[in-house]
Design a protein around this ligand. Structure first.
Ligand SMILES: [Zn+2]
Length: 343
């Protein structure tokens, strides 16, 4: 197997690469680390990246650990790992966007080679990596001001790619799986980008089964979240037939009890994703936590001013579960407060 942007991959070997992505806007970038793990036997190509958002650290660490832990002798096929795509955001601790163009890269897939920095970066990600893979896993989490309950997203539909994507999402093994047919968030606050899609949707459009998995957040490196994401990728490899022996373990410091408990978690499938915003600039007081069930019409938080008066009551529009929550109290007009998943 061969990716033009990487050196020739040797069979039965883990190789480290420092790559320059194509695109004039990216010409002066620090090289990005990529790790290839080419198995002893032939098989599918799986591309895994993190760091589309630069402050989602458990996802970044999960990719680093996979690179250190996956044993090519035990693998059929090839795993390509990129710990951080949006390196400018990682270096500057910038949440949600890339600081070079202030664009959220996960709203401008599949990108544009003549567009802004983020558009060129997402275009390079799709063309140099995703299109050479048989499946794509994009690892995320809550960004620096967010907390969440672990969940996975893929595109809804009855076509082959959507079905394969959903099977990968279920194999990943997180508590919730969202299947969505439209962009989960319109491009807000900046010009609509090229394509305007998230990573998994752009990949699926191009025929590559893909998921986006989320765990951890709040600008920290939660061990549990890292292990969920590492285990999830290994589960996907097993699902794709890249690991022959069901007992092969690549683990990574964790108690047996923990693992048994996690394996027992059934995945709940959700099909609606409601994002709630505040109309007011102020102080955010959520009354719910990630994973909480909410009812339509229930007051789930308030936004106040700096005198302590309530400006706005936030009410759930649906019966559902809080999947992610802004935990930082400072919010701006039209600021994102939370995402609620519903069946
Ligand atoms: Zn993210």
């Amino acid at each position: 197997m061969h990716l033009p942007i990487l050196d020739e991959l040797k069979t039965d070997a883990t190789q480290r690469h420092l790559i320059k992505l194509p695109g004039a806007a990216l010409a002066n970038d620090e090289p990005r680390p990529v790790i290839s793990v080419a198995g002893a036997k032939p098989g599918p190509v799986l591309f895994v990246n993190a760091g589309v958002h630069g402050g989602e650290y458990p996802a970044v660490e999960a990719v680093i650990r996979l690179g250190k832990t996956l044993d090519p002798k035990k693998i059929s096929g090839t795993v390509i790992l990129m710990p951080v795509l949006n390196l400018p955001a990682f270096r500057t601790r910038t949440p949600f966007v890339c600081p070079i163009d202030n664009v959220n890269p996960n709203r401008v897939f599949p990108g544009d080679p003549r567009g802004s920095y983020s558009e060129q970066m997402t275009h390079a990600c799709i063309n140099e990596f995703v299109l050479h893979a048989d499946a794509y896993v994009d690892l995320h989490g809550g960004d620096i001001p967010e907390a969440l309950v672990p969940f996975v997203i893929c595109r809804a539909g009855n076509d082959e790619v959507a079905k394969k994507s959903k099977a990968i999402a279920m194999a990943f093994g997180l508590p919730y799986a969202l299947t969505v047919s439209k962009p989960v968030q319109p491009s807000k606050g900046h010009r609509a980008g090229a394509g305007g899609l998230s990573s998994y949707a752009a990949a699926a459009d191009k025929g590559i089964p893909a998921i986006l998995a989320e765990a951890g957040g709040a600008g920290q490196m939660q061990q549990e979240a890292i292990e969920l994401l590492v285990d999830g990728v290994v589960n996907v490899m097993r699902h794709l037939g890249m690991i022959d022996d069901a007992n092969v373990e690549f683990q990574i410091s964790k108690s047996k009890a923990n693992k048994t408990a996690r394996n027992a978690v059934a995945t709940t499938v959700l099909t609606k994703f409601e994002w709630l915003y505040t109309k007011s600039t102020g102080v955010w007081y959520p009354k719910v936590a990630p994973g909480d069930a909410v009812r339509g019409g229930e007051q789930i938080g308030t936004v106040g001013d700096l005198f302590g008066d309530t400006l706005e009551e936030i009410v759930s529009p649906v019966n559902g579960v809080v999947l992610f929550l802004t935990i930082n109290p400072s919010v701006l007009e039209n600021g994102l407060l939370m995402g609620i998943g519903a069946e």
